[in-house]
Design a protein around this ligand. Structure first.
Ligand code: NI
Length: 165
C-alpha cells in the first residue's frame, strides 16, 4: 500500500469538507483509488469516498456485488434527479458512522455522469442499490453524512456514542 489510509469517523470535522474536482488523471489517482478499494474490502463496506480517508478530491469507489469482485471507480461524479415520483427507501450504513443503520429515502430516478480513472466521460441511469450507494458517496464529497437525514436528537445520540469509543 502506497498510502496509509484511515477512515475518519463522525463527528470529525474533516468529514464536512467539500471535495474539489479531480483534474489530473495520473498514477497517484490510480494508487489512491486502489488503496481505497483495498480498505473498503477490508472494512466490508460497499462504498468509500475520498473524503472519508481525508483526501478531499471527488473520487469514490464502490462494489455492490455479493461476490466482492466488481470494483467500480467514479471520478467527478454528479447526478440529476429526473423525477422524484419514485423514491427508494433503504437502510444505509456508513464506515464513518460505524455500528449504526438508518432508513433513508432517496430519489430512484437519476442520471449519473462521471469520469473513469483515465478521464473518459460516462453517463448512465443506475438503479436499485447502486443508485442509493452513489448518492450516499456523493453526499460525502459534499461534506454531507447520512446522519444529516435523521432527527437532531438521534444524531446527537449517535455522536455521543461514537465519541465514547
Ligand atoms: Ni458513508
Amino acid at each position: 500500500m502506497s498510502n496509509v489510509l484511515k477512515i475518519l469517523k463522525f463527528p470529525d470535522p474533516r468529514l464536512r469538507k467539500v471535495a474539489v474536482p479531480v483534474e489530473k488523471f495520473d498514477k497517484s489517482l490510480q494508487n489512491l483509488a486502489d488503496d481505497m478499494l483495498e480498505l473498503m474490502y477490508k472494512e466490508n463496506g460497499i462504498g468509500l469516498a475520498a473524503t472519508q480517508v481525508d483526501r478531499h478530491i471527488r473520487l469514490i469507489v464502490i462494489d455492490i456485488s455479493e461476490e466482492r469482485d466488481s470494483p467500480q471507480i467514479f471520478v467527478n461524479p454528479s447526478f440529476e434527479v429526473i423525477s422524484d415520483d419514485s423514491m427508494l427507501s433503504f437502510e444505509e450504513g456508513c464506515l464513518s458512522v460505524p455500528g449504526f443503520n438508518e432508513e433513508i429515502v432517496r430519489p430512484d430516478n437519476i442520471v449519473l455522469r462521471w469520469q473513469d480513472i483515465n478521464g473518459n466521460e460516462h453517463i448512465d441511469s443506475p438503479s436499485g442499490l447502486l443508485t442509493v450507494c452513489i448518492q450516499h458517496e456523493i453526499d460525502h464529497l459534499d461534506g454531507k453524512l447520512m446522519v444529516d437525514y435523521i432527527s437532531p436528537m438521534k444524531r446527537d445520540r449517535i455522536k455521543k456514542k461514537l465519541l465514547k469509543k
